[in-house]
Design a binder for this molecule. Structure first.
Ligand code: ADP
Ligand code: MG
Length: 230
């Protein structure tokens, strides 16, 4: 089981933060769709992985000490060829070393570039009295400025998942607004249920943050993920 291996390794290294690569492995094993994401320790490996994955790709800093990757200059999207990947690798290393001089850096995460969709966020936090609680909201300014989010206690039933999505104020955006594609709501409900199952059976996860998830007319994919252990 990938989950157990990752948890044991993290404990051994005395860390509670998992890398995006590890977080996505755990989510994928729980049946939650994530972008293909793999570690490259060198520029050459980054190029080789990009060629294998297919263009365009995204490169991101992989470090347990850098949680806000874009703020540190650690995310480069839409890389279309070898030269762009090489340049992005160098730029990411330079800006992240400058922004976080003490960070341990394991390399870059090479990932398939997801096509744009409606951005949503799905998360889990532990409430001191209720235990694990799942959160659903629209991405970007909706969650940051408007705090338009819904919460439910784990374990979720089908009804809870559907109510959560229904009760956010920005629901219209998910139904297709001004020519934008509607989001696959049953697929998102299923993602919430799978996350609930994962949290329910894995006691020592303290926090999960899937931000953003891109939702499409058909399906949805987790583009960034963070997991923190107890
Ligand atoms: P941060 O640690 O700053 O939250 P993210 O991994 O969320 O970093 O990346 C920042 C932004 O880059 C995302 O909000 C998303 O818009 C875009 N992005 C990241 N990864 C991908 C990807 N695989 N495909 C498409 N867009 C991506
Ligand atoms: Mg993010």
């Amino acid at each position: 089981m990938i989950v157990d291996e990752i948890l044991v390794r993290a404990r051994k290294e005395k860390r509670t933060v998992l890398t995006e690569i590890e977080a996505k492995q755990i989510l994928r094993e729980a049946g939650i769709k994530c972008t293909d994401t793999q570690l490259a320790e060198t520029k050459e490996q980054a190029v080789a992985l990009s060629e294998k994955m297919g263009w365009p790709v995204v490169l991101k800093i992989s470090s347990v000490d850098i949680t806000h990757k874009s703020d540190a200059g650690g995310v480069k999207v839409n890389l279309k060829n070898k030269a762009e990947v090489e340049q992005a690798f160098d730029n990411i290393m330079t800006s992240c070393r400058a922004a976080c001089p003490d960070a341990g850096i394991e390399g870059v995460a090479v990932q398939a570039m997801a096509k744009p969709g409606t951005e949503v966020i799905i998360g889990m936090t532990k409430d001191p009295s209720f235990g694990p609680v799942l959160m659903f909201g629209l991405g970007g300014i909706f969650v940051e400025l408007l705090k338009d989010v819904a919460f439910r206690i784990v374990p979720l039933e089908k009804k809870d998942a559907s109510e959560m999505i229904n009760e956010i104020k920005g629901k219209k955006l998910l139904e297709g607004y001004r020519g934008q594609d509607p989001a696959d709501i049953p697929f998102l409900e299923n993602m919430l249920l799978k996350l609930s199952e994962l949290v329910d059976k894995t006691g020592d996860i303290a926090e999960i943050d899937m931000n953003p998830v891109f939702a499409y007319k058909q399906g949805a994919v987790v583009v960034d993920a963070r997991i923190i252990l107890e």
